[in-house]
Design a protein around this ligand. Structure first.
Ligand SMILES: [Zn+2]
Length: 345
């Protein structure tokens, strides 16, 4: 039987009249209950809504709450503006040299990069103020040297390992390094138009001497300073630096020692420093007096001797004509008569 017919039969065509009436009444009651429940829930909802109070307006003196912008930022999409545009500039990463040159080795604060003029300048610049030899000993650079970190490290290593022990072997402590020049934008040997000096790259240091705590000054180019001391310094700097220029290299390094770490092909090093002997302490001796038994001068020798004779040995000038007459000429003593007609007897 079709579904539609079965439904009509269940509602309106029951097996009996009583059954049909019972089914109809129950259906009406169920429908009434459903309507009651729906209507009641609507009334309840309306009543609750009317009883819930609205929030009071925020007082003006109330503390500020977190701005909603932060929530938005936390939930910002990935393709939003990069934070670097809004955030402050991030400091560049420190070089390996800078990380290694700690306060335990040297007092060398970092300086901004030097750019120009021209090709002058460099990166990773420091101001080498002192080298720390031990917790109780510092060797000052006087004045402080402006150098690249790598050159400052080379200087610090030289002072700590060689210069300070040398001073200690002399019975004192090294206290200062006499800095004659460090960074300076100039050509080699201060010649205008010459190739850029390593000083222009903050890669060189000129040293005049070392000062000890007891007041002694080791002037490295002083001929009178112990040759042993100068040679020890020479060997140490020529080992640690790639360029060493001192007395004897050219006319520009007679009063200081130039040190740098310029890189060359095949690790070529330049070590030019002549450790000169001291100058003679006394003037050359005057020629000894001619002994009497010496053979006689020839007239030519006598003439030359007289002309070139030192002033101290010259015959004193005659004070008067009589004295000149009383004193015979030297040539007359045992020598053949002078050829000069005026001295002939
Ligand atoms: Zn120099």
């Amino acid at each position: 039987m079709p579904v539609r017919k079965c439904f009509l039969r269940a509602v309106t065509c029951g097996q009996s009249g009583t059954a049909r009436l019972f089914i109809f009444r129950n259906g009406v009651r169920a429908l009434a209950w459903v309507c009651t429940l729906l209507f009641g829930s609507l009334l309840a909802t309306a009543g609750l809504a009317a009883q819930v109070p609205l929030p009071k307006p925020r007082p003006a003196q109330a503390p500020r709450t977190e701005p909603a912008v932060q929530t938005d930022q936390r939930e910002a999409p990935v393709d939003a503006a990069p934070p670097s545009q809004a955030a402050p500039a991030v400091a560049p990463a420190l070089s390996a040299c800078r990380l290694a040159l700690t306060d335990a080795i040297a007092i060398a604060p970092s300086l901004p990069p030097i750019r120009g003029p021209g090709d002058c300048g460099g990166e990773d610049i420091v101001r080498l103020e002192a080298v720390v030899v031990s917790p109780t000993q510092r060797v000052a650079l006087k004045p402080p040297a402006v150098l690249r970190c790598t050159m400052a490290t080379a200087v610090a290593n030289w002072v700590r390992a060689d210069a300070a022990p040398l001073a200690a072997s002399l019975g004192s402590l090294l206290s200062e390094v006499d800095n004659f020049d460090s960074f300076e934008c100039r050509g080699r040997n201060r010649v205008k138009g010459a190739k850029l000096s390593e000083h222009g790259r903050a890669n060189a240091l000129d040293v005049r001497g070392l000062r000890l705590a007891n007041g002694t000054v080791l002037s490295l180019t002083d001929r009178n300073l112990s040759r042993d001391i100068r040679e020890k310094v020479l060997h140490s700097v020529c080992t640690r630096f790639t360029t060493v220029l001192g007395p004897g290299s050219d006319w520009y390094h007679e009063d200081h020692i130039h040190l740098d770490i310029a890189e060359r092909r095949n690790n070529y090093k330049l070590c030019q420093w002549n450790v000169y002997d001291p100058m003679p302490q006394i003037a050359p001796l005057l020629p000894a007096a001619r002994p009497d038994e010496a053979p006689a001068h020839t007239p030519e020798e006598e003439a030359g001797e007289t002309a070139g004779e030192p002033e101290g040995r010259a015959e004193p000038p005659a004070q008067d004509s009589d004295a000149a007459k009383r004193k015979p000429p030297r040539a007359a003593s045992g020598s053949k008569p002078a050829a000069r007609p005026e001295r002939r007897p």
